[in-house]
Design a protein around this ligand. Structure first.
Ligand code: SF4
Length: 550
């Protein structure tokens, strides 16, 4: 297939208009530690670090057990009562049988040799650092997954939630103690993952204290994500405790989706907060010097352009500092509850109409004085020009200068070592294991080619690539390397090119996934384990196991 055919084929598919994850997608990642190589072995107990180093804990345990040798039998005395003698004899027999089974397994582990791995990269303490924390995967939708949600979402349960927060705090403590991280200044912290504000202010306070014991947060931006109603709940104590955090500035990110009562009912989100509440919260936050952001969905099934515009106008009139627009991802086979409803899928606009809606809404926000800072995010111009401009997203899209560390279920971590042209991406599973980034967690090692794609995909999430930056980082011209893909995207009206930048056109922003997929086509040889995000979401959190293994 030619590059041009690939682009056209990708443009015909459902679009996601996000580029949230960057290169590579989850299926290209592999399990963070090697699997058992022989049926005699348990999966190896290897602990991986965020620099890629692996420590073979299982080898040490097996070697120690072998050295101790066969457990000595318990001494039985003739004077012991008959039942006790019988019990001890049974115990000794069981121990001997267990050893017969255990010894070959231990020997196989030791004979197989240590599986330690040296670090893949050096951590550069001078780079910016951001922290993304997912305290738990719970929320309180009244309809399964609000009908459309592809984020992790589990039934709310206070005890499990508190345990999850404890477990995340322990990860932060353990990982933060590493000399490459301890005492690092953090640029931005994001407490998110859907409904982070379902955790109490006390729980989140504990989590932040744990982060503070390892990192310096005083100059950081701090964001808390969640639903409007929960920001209003607890007597607004989330807002009050956020306002007291010693950081550079604070913000909240609200999942609003729509203000339309009919669609809110369809989603089961009637009680999550209406226009009046969002307006009230924006006012309250201004008083507390907290900036506000809200996520809106558009292209809902059967939604008219007037309804979409009304949502955007309502968000503007609420005085929000940032408005984020997300085209609804919905197609047959997606796996969300709505995707199984043929009538809803049929009511979705085709790509041509969906992109026209995007263009109209984008224009509306620009005319109202908002500036586009990423593919989906629009900041009010005065906020963007000032010291409280939104930092986290911009930093997460700049792997040339920023590392990102994630804590919690399904959190992402990315470190880059530019001198060696290496990087590492780690994805924590939902079933959190004792040590972060070990066991079934997923990893991807960037080489030089991988880093080029990472830089491109992240840059395009901000809508543009600076050509001089690309040349400075990789020593080659973007056009020399990606000329065919760039030409194809430009001919389709998706990219504009001048002497200093390659930018997504407004239409290209809608088709950003197709553009990025075309740039990456055939460029990476690394095969992954083929795990899909939907597979990860199906996993149940096993926080008890996590806790018991400390
Ligand atoms: S959209 Fe938000 S509230 Fe609804 S299921 Fe997803 S994470 Fe939960």
């Amino acid at each position: 297939m030619t590059v041009r055919d690939h682009l056209v084929e990708r443009m015909a598919r459902p679009q996601r208009h996000r580029l949230l994850q960057g290169f590579p997608a989850v299926p290209a990642m592999s399990v963070a530690v090697p699997v058992a190589s022989s049926p005699l072995e348990r999966p190896p107990r290897i602990v991986r670090s965020f620099d890629g180093a692996a420590l073979d804990v299982g080898f040490d345990e097996a070697a120690a057990e072998l050295k101790r040798g066969k457990p000595a039998p318990v001494q039985i005395s003739e004077s012991d009562p008959p039942e006790q003698r019988a019990r001890l004899e049974a115990h000794n027999t069981q121990t001997a049988v267990r050893w017969l089974e255990e010894e070959p397994r231990l020997r196989a582990i030791v004979d197989g040799g240590r599986r330690d791995e040296a670090s893949w990269l050096n951590i550069d303490r001078s780079r910016d650092l951001i922290i993304g924390v997912i305290p738990h995967t719970q929320c309180v939708p009244r309809r399964e997954a609000c009908g459309f949600c592809t984020f992790p979402h589990d039934v709310a349960n206070q005890t499990a939630r508190a345990r999850s927060v404890d477990a995340v705090a322990r990860d932060a403590r353990t990982v933060g103690a590493h000399e490459a991280l301890r005492g690092r200044k953090v640029h931005a912290v994001y407490l998110g993952g859907g409904t982070a504000n379902l955790s109490s202010p006390d729980e989140l306070g504990r989590l932040l204290s744990e982060l503070r014991s390892a990192f310096v947060l005083d100059d950081a931006e701090l964001t808390l994500e969640g639903t409007p109603a929960l920001f209003d709940g607890w007597f607004s104590s989330h807002l009050k405790s956020l306002s007291k955090q010693a950081v550079a500035h604070r913000r909240i990110s609200m999942g609003v989706q729509t203000f339309d009562p009919r669609f809110l009912t369809l989603m089961g989100r009637e009680k999550f907060g209406d226009a009046a509440l969002v307006k009230k919260l924006a006012r309250k936050c201004r008083d507390l010097e907290i900036t506000t952001s809200a996520d809106l969905l558009f292209n809902l099934p059967g939604q008219t352009v007037e309804q979409m515009e009304h949502d955007v106008d309502t968000a503007i009139s609420a005085g929000l500092d940032q408005i984020c627009l997300y085209h609804l991802v919905l197609y047959e086979g997606l796996g969300t509850p709505w995707s199984k409803d043929a009538a809803l899928v049929k009511a979705m606009p085709d790509n041509r109409r969906a992109s026209e809606h995007w263009l109209a809404l984008r224009e509306r926000l620009l005319r109202a004085g908002y500036e586009q800072s990423t593919l989906t995010n629009f900041e009010r111009s005065d906020v963007k020009a000032g010291p409280k401009r939104f930092r986290y997203e911009a930093a997460s899209f700049a792997p040339d200068r920023t590392d990102a560390i994630g804590f919690g279920p399904l959190s992402l971590t990315t470190f880059v070592d530019w001198p060696q042209r290496r990087g590492l991406k780690l994805l924590r599973r939902k079933s959190v294991k004792p040590a972060a980034w070990s066991g079934q967690d997923l990893a991807y090692r960037y080489d030089d080619v991988g880093l080029r794609l990472l830089f491109l995909t992240r840059s395009l999430a901000t809508t543009r690539v600076e050509l001089s930056r690309y040349t400075a980082l990789f020593g080659t011209s973007l056009h020399d390397e990606f000329g065919a893909a760039l030409d194809a995207a430009r001919d389709e009206g998706l990219l504009s090119v001048d002497s200093s930048t390659v930018s997504l056109t407004p239409l290209g922003m809608f088709y950003a996934d197709a553009v990025v997929s075309t740039l990456a086509q055939g460029r990476t040889q690394q095969g992954g384990d083929g795990v899909h995000t939907s597979d990860l979401l199906k996993e149940r959190p096993r926080s008890e196991q996590y806790l018991s293994m400390g």
